[in-house]
Every structure is written in C-alpha cells, then in structure tokens.
Design a binder for this molecule. Structure first.
Ligand code: IMP
Length: 427
C-alpha cells in the first residue's frame, strides 16, 4: 500500500503532525503538497519539542526523504531558519528535497496580506499574515517566482521586476519601503538560492520513482477540509486545497497512486480566524476546553475558538476526501465533562433539520447545531479507555460509517491507542 494521504477533517490543528509522525516511521518518503508556513505543528520526541512550519516532521527520522512539493508556497527565509534550527539540534537535514516548481513567498506578498486584511476591516479573514493568499494569487496570475528562478540571476531579476511593479501600485503607501527595492530583493533571493541549491530537485519524479519501486510515500496535508479554497467555508478559507485530491496535483503524482486516505479529527472542534462555526462555545465551557487542550496557535499564538464535535461537517469531510480511516486525536481533553454533546444535525433558518452539510453559504452561516448528549468520563486515559470514552468513539464511528483506527490520548508520541490494542477495551 504505497501511497497514503493524511488530511485534516475540520478547520486545522487536529494534530496531524503526530499522526504523520507515527505513520512516517514506516514510510520511505514524506511529502508536503500545499500551504506554506501558515501551518505549524509540534512534535514531542524523547521529551524534546520540535516546531515545524514547512519541513515535513519525518526529517526527525534518520535517512528519510522529506519533500516540499510543487504545490507548497515557500518563504525561503523561513525555510532556511527552520533548516538551521534543526542543524543546531544535530538533526540530519540531508534528506530534504525542495521542488524546483514550488512558488516563493516574496516580501510584497507578506505586505499585501497584511494590507488586505486591514482594508477588509471588520470583514477580515483572520489570515496568518504570512503572504499565503497573495502568493497563490500571483501563481494563478502567472506572475509567480519559483524556486528554480533562484538559480538564474538574470531570470530572477526579470521576474521580480514584472511582479513588483503592479505591487508598488497596490502598496502605494509603502511604495518606498526598502523591502520593495528590486536590486536588494534580487540579491537577497539569490543568496537564498545559493543556500537551498543542494536541496532543489525534480520532486515529482522522485515521488514517482519511490511509488514505482513499491515504497511507501506519505502525503502530508496542511490546514484542513473546511479551510479548502473550493470546498471549505469560503471566503473564510486558506488559498490552497487541503483536501486529499490535491495531494496528486501538489506532489505531481496520479490519482491511481493513492491507496489510503487518513482523516485526522480532534475529539472536539476548533477554529482560528474568522468565519462560521456552528458548534462554537463562547462561554466558560469553551474556555475550559481551550485550557485543557492548550488551544493556542503554533504559528501565530492566537487563541483557538473551541466547540463540540460536529458530525455533519465530518460526514462532509469523509465524502469529499474519500477517507478510508480516521484518527481521533486529543480524546483526553474531554476527560473532564459530565456530559458531552455531539452535533448530529443542523437546524436551518426555515426550521427544517438536516444531517447534510449545507450547499449554500447562508444556510451554513445560520445553521444551529442539534445535539445528542453522550455520557462523559473523568478518568485519565493513560491506562486505556473507560466505557464512556469507548462509547464516544463508537458513536463517531457509526455516524461516519468509518473505523477510528487510531485514538490520541495525550501529547507525547506514546499516548496513542489503536483499535486492536487491549487498552481500547480496558473495562
Ligand atoms: P491564510 O492561510 O494565512 O491565508 O489564512 C486563511 C485562514 O486559514 C485563516 O482563518 C487562518 O486562521 C486559517 N489557517 C491557515 N493555516 C492554518 C493552520 O495551519 N491551522 C488552522 N488555521 C489555519
């Protein structure tokens, strides 16, 4: 079973990093296929904490090939900083490969992201302000600068010139900012190219060769289904496609190379940034969940909005991703509630109820959650699942018609229960 995709099923921060880390142990190649340094995940390994934004965390395994695919947008200064941080901690980064076709985040993308949000005022998206949207916009407008351009001074200068002029108009109040100087920017990016050159490769071919040889390739999604540019809660989404289908485009492989799609889902729901969130708890219960789950962004440090599990949205995620397995993370965070409501249907503005994710934005924006309440539990999950926690997992499975193959019960790597372990049916 060589091609496995791992994706987020909610609004991100589901703990994909940990699931990827566990599955990466048996993979030969780990590939990021979309997003950029708007993503962030934390891996705890032997008591040491590592924070990743661009490099697949599989790099912590000696000798593994880790790929930043063509679908990723790369801020080279962030990538170099991440590489140096890992080198300082004696992690071998020799296995990192960077697609020559990946697009680069330029200083003007970051400025445009910030200016765009300021202009939107109350309607802001709540982006990470890392330049992600403007970079993907330039890619579509065919004004993007790609990794391979870093290796040719003449081409790089020409392309920056073409892209920079319209940006100066758009950023008129900042037009004289030294960060927008053509010469300085070209020199800065050439120096990045020099440092990244040993890692630059034809990564589509590399993935194909691994798959062709029967090796396991793990495609690691960033963000999540409900933040997908096409299938998420537009416009409160990111500017790439975090759904499983995008793994093919963003890594340069074909759909028949994918054998498994793992969805990662938190045992409750969180969201960062603006946008609708039917099961949000804007009260002390939500605050308690945030504290227990340490729900603060890895990338921006922002507080995450918290709420109960939303099975309507999850069923949608199962469908659009063609999911074959589910990993349910952070179940331990719920070990302190007398009862646990789970959203199984939405009540729409016309009074009707549905268990289908609404196709029209207004229905979703006004949807009210309809809950079924399950018994809670107070025991920690260190020695296995108490009956009520198992009941919760099985309720999710029957609602989604999908097996929960992996259950996260704590922050570190060892705190995971699989369906076939005795700890699953402790009592
Ligand atoms: P952008 O990706 O920075 O353009 O932000 C667009 C939306 O996606 C905002 O609501 C962000 O909070 C959200 N977002 C982007 N990356 C992540 C992530 O890794 N986790 C959770 N939310 C994210």
């Amino acid at each position: 079973m060589p091609g496995k995709v791992i994706i987020g099923t909610q609004w991100g921060d589901e703990g994909k990093g940990k699931v990827v880390d566990l599955l990466a142990e048996r993979a030969h190649v780990v590939v990021r296929f979309q997003g950029g340094n708007n993503a962030g995940h934390t891996i705890v390994r032997d008591g040491e904490t590592f924070k990743f934004h661009l490099i697949p965390s599989g790099i912590l395994y000696r000798g593994k090939t880790c790929v930043i695919g063509n679908g990723v947008v790369v801020d080279p200064s962030v990538l170099i900083e991440e590489l140096e941080g890992l080198r300082r901690r004696r992690v071998d980064v020799g296995g990192l490969r960077l697609s020559a076709n990946a697009h680069l985040i330029m200083p003007y993308h970051v400025m445009l992201d910030t200016a765009g949000e300021a202009k939107l005022g109350k309607l802001e998206i709540g982006t990470t302000k890392r330049g992600i949207g403007p970079c993907y916009a330039d890619k579509s407008a065919r004004l993007g600068i790609r990794v391979q351009d870093l290796l040719d001074a003449k081409i790089l200068r020409k392309k920056i010139f073409a892209a920079l002029e319209p940006k100066k108009q758009m950023l008129r109040p900042f037009a004289r900012d030294p960060k927008l100087d053509l010469h300085a920017m070209t020199e800065e990016y050439l120096s990045y190219g020099h440092r990244l050159e040993p890692h630059i490769a034809d990564t589509s071919r590399l993935c194909w060769e691994a798959l062709d040889a029967g090796r396991t390739v793990l495609f690691e999604g960033a963000q999540a289904t409900l933040l997908d540019l096409d299938h998420g809660t537009y416009p409160f989404v990111t500017s790439s496609n975090p759904v499983a289908g995008a793994a093919c485009v963003g890594a340069g492989v074909g759909p028949t190379d994918i054998d498994e799609v793992w969805g990662v889902c938190k045992a409750y729901t969180t969201r960062v940034g603006s946008g609708p969130f039917p099961t949000e708890l804007e009260d002390e219960v939500g605050a308690h969940m945030r504290d227990r789950g340490h729900e603060f962004g890895t990338t921006t440090g922002r507080e995450r909005r918290c709420g109960w599990l939303d099975l309507v949205a999850l069923r949608f995620a199962v469908r659009v991703n063609g999911m074959t397995s589910l990993a349910l993370t952070k179940l331990d965070v719920l070990s302190d509630f007398a009862e646990i409501p789970v959203c199984t249907r939405y009540r729409l503005p016309d009074g009707s109820e549905t268990d289908e994710f609404p196709a029209h934005q207004s229905d979703f924006h006004h949807a009210r959650p309809v809950y079924e309440t399950l018994p809670g539990w107070r025991e920690p999950l260190d020695d296995g699942l108490p009956a009520a926690a198992r009941g919760y997992v099985e309720f999710v499975e029957s609602a989604l018609e999908l097996e929960v193959s992996m259950i996260g019960t704590g922050a570190d790597r060892e705190s995971v229960i699989t369906r076939d372990q005795p700890a699953y049916s402790r009592s």
